[in-house]
Design a protein around this ligand. Structure first.
Ligand code: IPE
Ligand code: MG
Length: 229
């Protein structure tokens, strides 16, 4: 979800106003995903590297996040959304951790859409924590065992990876899980990302042929894969 700061700057507003508008964009995006039958939506809310932003932006972001989580639980529950917070919680405040745990517990029975909010998350952190957990339990480290030890093990690998804000890089997001994801880059700033932009991304995705290492002729009678088995 990139581009909140630029969205605010264009309007002569403080960066935090952009982040607040980013929460609004996420709220609509969750609805748009639900009505389109998307089962899993994973968003990058705060990266391991975002701590190095100015202190007032970091504390403001944490506050916006904490408030949004508490405020949205009811509506998310009514819409069948199950929340997961993915990332290293050790650096978060105990108040925020309590809000995250509470939101996960209150939405645990919901089955329509899984919403993973990646918070203090980094793709390299995830690979390292999975490997070190396996190593300390004495388990063999294989692609399959790593898959199961990842912080994202509860959902399939993403089919479509969307980055807004015009940059064309992964920036340490789902590094392991995007091995076969279709990448889509949009110039749209995240607070402006609406249903039409989501539809454009899905349309681009639908036009791609996913071969998972095979050749085109082998794919013809195979239904579209949803998981890179
Ligand atoms: C949101 O956009 C990303 C978050 C860390 C929440 P940015 O804050 O990176 O916005 P730009 O790139 O400065 O426009
Ligand atoms: Mg940015």
């Amino acid at each position: 979800m990139d581009g909140n700061g630029r969205w605010a700057k264009k309007r002569f507003l403080p960066r935090l106003a952009g982040h607040k508008q980013g929460v609004e964009a996420l709220r609509s995006c969750v609805q748009d995903c639900r009505t389109r039958g998307v089962r899993v939506l994973t968003v990058f809310a705060f990266s391991s590297e975002n701590w190095s932003r100015p202190a007032d932006e970091v504390s403001g972001l944490m506050e916006i996040l904490g408030l949004a989580v508490v405020r949205e639980i009811k509506a998310l529950s009514e819409n069948g959304v199950r929340l997961y917070f993915v990332g290293d919680r050790s650096a978060l405040s105990s108040k925020l951790i309590a809000a995250l745990v509470d939101a996960e517990r209150k939405t645990a029975e919901n089955e329509q859409l899984v919403l993973n909010v990646c918070l203090n998350y980094g793709g390299r952190w995830d690979i390292a924590q999975a490997a070190s957990r396996l190593a300390s339990s004495g388990a063999l480290i294989t692609p399959k065992s790593l898959d199961g030890a990842m912080a994202m093990a509860h959902v399939p690998d993403p089919d479509l990876f969307i980055r807004t804000g015009g940059e064309q890089r992964l920036s340490n997001f789902l590094l392991w899980q995007t091995a076969y994801s279709e990448l889509y880059f949009s110039d749209c700033l995240w607070p402006d990302f609406g249903a039409n932009d989501l539809d454009a991304a899905i349309a681009a995705y639908s036009g791609r042929e996913r071969r998972f290492g095979k050749i085109s002729e082998q794919m013809i009678s195979i239904p579209k894969a949803t998981h890179a088995d």
